[in-house]
Ligand binder design. Structure first.
Ligand code: 5GP
Ligand code: ZN
Length: 136
């Protein structure tokens, strides 16, 4: 529990939220500023700032729950696709520093269909080879 964390306050009930699922490790709530109909967040009940801090067992459980929620929500909402998004660090768009995974149902006829489109970069063959060398 982090006294200054808004998601910890939601988890302890100090701040209200629209809860759609709960178990011993997680809460799933609707996002207060949804990118689509049904946009929700998986929150571990323990405070971890980001993916780097999240223990491996909870990381694994997060993905299992994401699969379960995506299947459940797709059935209930009749959405046409689904994004899982997880931001780490301010530069990556993280605004709440309590690990969370976005569950974003997608709809064929949505007004904001370019939700996740980004400009692409180009790299030379040598640069890509150097990248592989660095990362393998
Ligand atoms: P991030 O940008 O850190 O990946 O995502 C944070 C998300 O938390 C945002 O989509 C934002 O709308 C949502 N959020 C921030 N404060 C609250 C809150 O008090 N309640 C709920 N339900 N969502 C919140
Ligand atoms: Zn927290």
């Amino acid at each position: 529990m982090d006294q200054n964390c808004i998601f910890c306050k939601i988890i302890t009930g100090k701040i209200p939220s629209k809860k759609i699922y709960e178990d011993e490790d997680f809460l799933v709530i609707l996002d207060v500023n949804p990118a689509s109909k049904g946009h929700a967040l998986i929150l571990p009940k323990e405070h971890y700032a980001n993916l780097y801090e999240l223990p491996e067992d909870l990381a694994a459980k997060t993905m299992l729950l994401a699969k379960k929620m995506a299947e459940h929500m797709t059935k209930k909402l009749s959405c046409d696709g689904f994004n899982l998004i997880q931001n780490n660090g301010e530069v990556a768009g993280q605004t709440v520093f309590h690990f969370h995974l976005h569950l974003i149902p997608r709809y064929q006829d949505a007004e904001n269909d370019d939700l996740l489109r980004w400009d692409t970069l180009e790299f030379t063959g040598e640069e890509l080879t150097a990248m592989v060398k660095l990362l393998v």
